[in-house]
Write a protein that binds this ligand. Structure first.
Ligand code: PLP
Length: 394
């Protein structure tokens, strides 16, 4: 057996992450790859196409080549290489920063930790384009489309209430394309402004939810030949978080010896929490708990929505997923607590995740380390916070 760069191999056809999810699951579970790829003299894959795509979706650097039996650890395949950028933190482009500036930091929060249960916030506003977690799917989806078709001068379109729209508006021009963002009624003012500042098109609508805009986009795709990137259904969204967000948490926890017992977050497309849930349920063979906040009925927490409004990855793969109703008021209370006790201004969906965690301590147990995904910064929501502070003091 020998190891060769995965990028040097030529698969005869492409498989999607869902075609090879079982193989990915068992590799994560074992921490080993059992099996080799067979290639011809020109590195065309002759045997092991499914294993190749599982390795590609996992983001490993090397693949085992040979005939017969192979057994090699994920670490030896360069599993973590894609999430560890240069120490000097100098990048030749913002796109390189977005891809190689990882991992985003994890910081322990005094405000929500106890002596035995430590709560770690993964600060996703360290992503450079949208200052949010949504850079990850935007970069992965656009780079993948651009690797297959010429996007020069084309319009990449999607619905977004802010963060994904900003990320798409920033990333599309890096590939010579333009972006068009369909905004629901309650889209944040900052999002529209930034998207327009970047000279992407915005289409303001009266839709309550971003998903309601899909049929309108399908129609425009048909009439105008737009490319619909579709963060809601494109498996590359889920894949981006499996390849980076979840893997980073694993890497960071191992590096300092955390005893991960669970993760808490929030759901919009469900991309990041579905991937985290899948990854750690395989890695820790079920002993990991995933807790997710959703807005309580009639409540609006920016970037999130209720699970019954339809999320494909949650429905397909997310076993043992506890979903907790949270009000905007509760989320903002948590934001205030973190601001006072830790000095960090997190966004409301990060606050909601902390509330969901606090309501689930019976499930998590009393000791260990928990990661809370903080999708963006509270500095984007000063208007919302102002209204809430005024209402409270009235
Ligand atoms: N929080 C914020 C602020 C967001 O912008 C989003 C998604 O847009 C989410 C949470 C939910 O993330 P996901 O779409 O991965 O479920």
């Amino acid at each position: 057996m020998k190891l060769v760069a995965l990028t040097s191999l030529k698969p005869p056809l492409e498989l999607s992450i869902m075609d090879v999810l079982d193989i990915i699951g068992s590799i994560l579970e074992e921490d080993y790859v059992s099996g080799c790829l067979e290639v011809d003299s020109e590195f065309n894959i002759v045997e092991g196409l499914e294993l190749y795509w599982a390795l590609e979706k996992l983001g490993v650097k090397y693949a085992p080549i040979g005939s017969g039996k192979c057994r090699v650890s994920l670490e030896d395949l360069g599993f973590y290489d894609n999430i560890v950028g240069p120490q000097h933190r100098v990048y030749y482009s913002p796109l390189e920063l977005a891809v190689r500036g990882l991992p985003t930091p994890m910081v322990m929060l005094r405000s929500f930790s106890t002596e035995s249960l430590r709560v770690w916030a993964k600060l996703e506003w360290f992503n450079p384009f949208s200052l949010s977690i949504k850079d990850r799917p935007a970069v992965h989806i656009v780079s993948s489309i651009a690797g297959k078709v010429n996007v020069e001068g084309k319009i990449l379109a999607d619905a977004s209430s802010a963060n994904f729209g900003i990320a798409l508006a920033a990333v599309a021009p890096r590939y010579g394309a333009k972006a068009r963002i369909y905004l629901p009624r309650r889209a944040g003012e900052h999002g529209r402004l930034v998207i327009e500042l970047m000279e992407a098109e915005t289409v303001r609508t009266e839709a309550e939810l971003t998903v309601e805009l899909l049929s309108r986009i399908y129609e425009d795709v048909r009439r105008e030949g737009l490319i619909h990137v579709n963060q809601f259904m494109n498996d590359l969204n889920f894949e981006a978080h499996l390849k980076t967000t979840a893997k980073e948490i694993d890497y960071q926890a191992r590096a300092v010896g955390l005893k991960l017992v669970g993760a808490a977050g929030s759901i919009g497309t469900s991309g990041h929490m579905s991937a985290i849930n899948f990854y750690f349920r395989k890695r820790f063979k079920g002993s990991f708990k995933t807790i997710t906040a959703q807005p309580a009925p009639g409540e609006h927490i920016p970037g999130t929505r209720r699970s019954e409004t339809g999320m494909i990855w949650l429905a397909m793969i997310a076993e043992d997923f506890k979903i907790v109703d949270v009000t905007l008021g509760e989320a903002l209370e948590a934001v205030g607590k973190v601001a006072r006790e830790d000095g960090l201004l997190i966004g409301p969906s990060g606050g909601a995740a902390l509330v969901a965690l606090s309501k689930s301590l019976d499930l998590i147990g009393e000791s260990g380390d928990v990661v809370v995904i903080v999708p963006d910064t509270g500095f984007k929501y000063l208007d919302l916070m102002k209204k809430w502070v005024e209402k409270k003091s009235a």
